[in-house]
Design a protein around this ligand. Structure first.
Ligand code: PEP
Ligand code: MN
Length: 341
């Protein structure tokens, strides 16, 4: 249930009203809009008399929210959410609102030289964030599983050298203790419904990059975000990374319509991963541009200095040269739309 307050409601009165609402067994989520305060009532709202609430002198209107996700719902937070991430260089990079987030780097961290080279190149081209997997979820147990903690250390070295904040995937709760210096924690497609992990991430205050499960609906993605938000962490970036369909020309099918759909339903920023969506490096630039044209708040791209010999996902990795050219187009596009990279 959403309670929109009249403009100019006094803080003291709002506080008193919030206590009154919470006494009825719901949690109140407070959101200060441009001109109005919006209160989101979460929990069992069955017993609340919406008509009586509507008659309260502070209240402008009461709306029952049909969707099962509340905190992630745009009705609870009409403005776009922007996630600010301070880098070790003191610069704050943002995703959402007018800011486009460009995350680039290899699928997995392979060695010091590789990650430092790619990090330097993507920084030079204008990326805002460095990606790289240290713990890799692979379909086969015999495939390269990532360097683990050593990979994280190398990623941190690249962060120090470039000043770029880092984005890397967590696969289970037990790994979180070594993620202290990670700037954005990624939840991969296979873990989108790992509810134990989502609950733990709700206790974290770090931004979470939440990828859509490859066979999950948009409502399921928003419910996964809701799990994290219910724990008190509302710094979530949603990511469309392709879903499984009958066609296998591409690795997955990029659901571009997910972008306007998610942005209509939710205030959370939405980015796109054209690398995992297509599985084909030659398709990545056009799909990255398409993502921005469809309203995405950024992209996450796999970039490798030697794709042919990459230990993971070489076929879908673009080179630093291609990334640099693509960045030029993305910057032009951003400028046309009045957005910043
Ligand atoms: C990744 O980004 O490295 C990754 C494994 O992505 P996804 O979970 O989307 O497959
Ligand atoms: Mn990959």
């Amino acid at each position: 249930m959403i309670v929109v307050l009249k403009p100019g409601a006094k803080k003291k009165e709002v506080l008193k009203f919030t206590v009154f609402l919470e006494q009825q067994g719901v949690k109140v989520h407070y959101s200060q809009g441009a001109s109005r305060i919006v209160l989101g009532l979460v929990g069992d709202t069955q017993g609340i008399n919406a008509e009586a609430l509507g008659a309260h002198h502070l209240v402008e209107k009461v709306v029952r929210v049909q969707e099962p996700y509340k905190r992630a719902n745009r009705l609870f937070h009409p403005e776009d959410t922007r996630i600010d991430v301070p880098g070790p260089d003191g610069v704050i990079r943002s995703i959402g609102g007018v800011s486009l987030g460009i995350i680039a780097g290899p699928c997995s961290v392979e060695n010091r030289e590789q990650i430092l080279r790619v990090a330097g190149a993507v920084k030079k081209a204008g990326a805002g964030f460095l990606r790289g997997g240290a713990f890799k979820p692979r379909t086969s147990p015999y495939s390269f599983q990532g360097l683990g903690c050593e990979g994280l250390d190398l990623l941190l070295a690249a962060k120090k050298e470039t000043g770029l904040p880092i984005v890397t995937e967590v696969m289970g709760n037990h790994q979180l203790e070594v993620f202290e210096d990670v700037d954005v924690i990624q939840v991969g497609t296979r873990n989108m419904q790992n509810f134990t992990l989502l609950k733990e991430l709700g206790r974290s205050r770090k931004p979470i990059l939440l990828k859509r499960g490859y066979a999950c609906t948009l409502t399921e993605l928003l419910m996964a975000a809701e799990y994290i938000m219910a724990g008190g962490n509302d710094r979530i970036i949603l990511c469309e990374r392709g879903i499984r369909t009958f066609d296998n020309f591409t690795r997955n099918t990029l659901d571009l319509s997910a972008i306007p759909a998610l942005k209509k339903q939710s205030h959370l920023p939405v980015i796109v991963d054209p690398s995992h969506a297509t599985g084909l490096a030659w398709m990545v630039p056009s799909m990255a541009k398409a993502a921005l044209a469809a309203g995405a708040d950024g992209v996450i791209l796999e970039v490798h200095n030697d794709p042919e010999n990459a230990l993971c996902d070489g076929e879908q990795s673009i080179t630093p040269e291609t990334f640099t050219l693509l960045m030029d187009s993305l910057k032009k596009y951003a400028a046309l739309e009045g957005r910043s990279i």
